[in-house]
Design a protein around this ligand. Structure first.
Ligand code: ADP
Ligand code: MG
Length: 239
């Protein structure tokens, strides 16, 4: 079967520093993969390579069977949600959601349909006329997710989308992201350093250390059968 995302012998250096080294990862269609590891282990770098925001030093990336290694980010069929919301401050929520679609020349009624659908899924319909400055952190992050959603992509990339939120909102939005995945059934690659987030969201967790995947397995296996002390220590399980 064709994988949704395949990473083949991917290496990335910043100058002489090797951040990712001959990394391999196959992700199935519809799978929710969490990249978990401490700050600085290379999670964002890996995600940015998949998104096309960084040029790889070696190796290949396939999305939907297509070699996208040297493709523009916009042509890769991915949507990305960052830790900071990166909304356009001068635009309303509706404009924030529709801007990318307008630029792409999509028809007006199709844009309206997509914005309405995303707003319904994320329960932000009452916010469409507001500007980002008049939204809470949780509301802004919903809009940021909505911007990826309207593009109707096969693969969603999330880079610590909840880490700027307080604990209550974090757990609320965690539930919403899980529901979103159950509804859309698309592929999600989700970066976090939060063990609880990983254990509750993931179909499979990839635990990273210094740019290397230490273990790739379902949460139950990672928790109960960590392959080494590093994984055991990081996930907080007995070993
Ligand atoms: P994570 O997302 O897991 O916290 P990153 O992927 O951001 O980690 O960073 C991995 C390593 O690469 C870190 O040591 C970081 O300092 C380094 N790094 C990240 N971005 C750059 C850059 N643009 N230039 C040089 N080094 C970088
Ligand atoms: Mg990061």
């Amino acid at each position: 079967m064709q994988h949704s995302v395949s990473i083949r012998d991917l290496s990335l250096n910043f100058g002489s520093v090797k951040v990712l080294e001959t990394l391999n990862l196959d992700i199935e269609q519809g799978e929710f993969i969490v990249l978990l590891g401490p700050s600085g282990c290379g999670k964002s770098t890996l995600l940015n390579c998949i998104a096309g925001l960084l040029d790889v030093s070696a190796g290949q990336i396939f999305i939907g069977g297509k070699n996208v290694t040297w493709m523009e980010p916009k042509d890769r069929g991915i949507g990305m949600v960052f830790q900071s919301y990166a909304l356009y401050p001068q635009m309303t929520v509706e404009r924030n959601l529709s801007f990318g679609l307008r630029v792409s020349g999509m028809k007006k009624d199709e844009i309206e349909r997509r914005v309405a659908r995303a707003a319904e899924i994320l329960q932000i319909e009452p916010l469409l006329a507001r500007k980002p400055a008049n939204l809470s952190g949780g509301q802004r992050q919903r809009v940021a997710i909505g911007r990826a959603l309207v593009r109707d992509v096969d693969v969603f990339l999330f880079d610590e989308p909840l880490s700027n939120l307080d604990a209550k909102l974090r757990s609320d939005l965690r539930v919403e992201i899980k529901r979103l995945h159950q509804r859309l059934k698309n592929t999600m690659i989700y970066v976090t350093h939060d063990q609880i987030e990983a254990l509750t969201l993931a179909d499979r967790i990839a635990i990273m250390k210094n740019g290397v995947i230490q273990q790739l397995a379902d949460p139950h296996t990672i928790y109960n059968k960590p392959v080494n002390l590093y994984v055991a220590g990081f996930i907080g399980s007995p070993s």
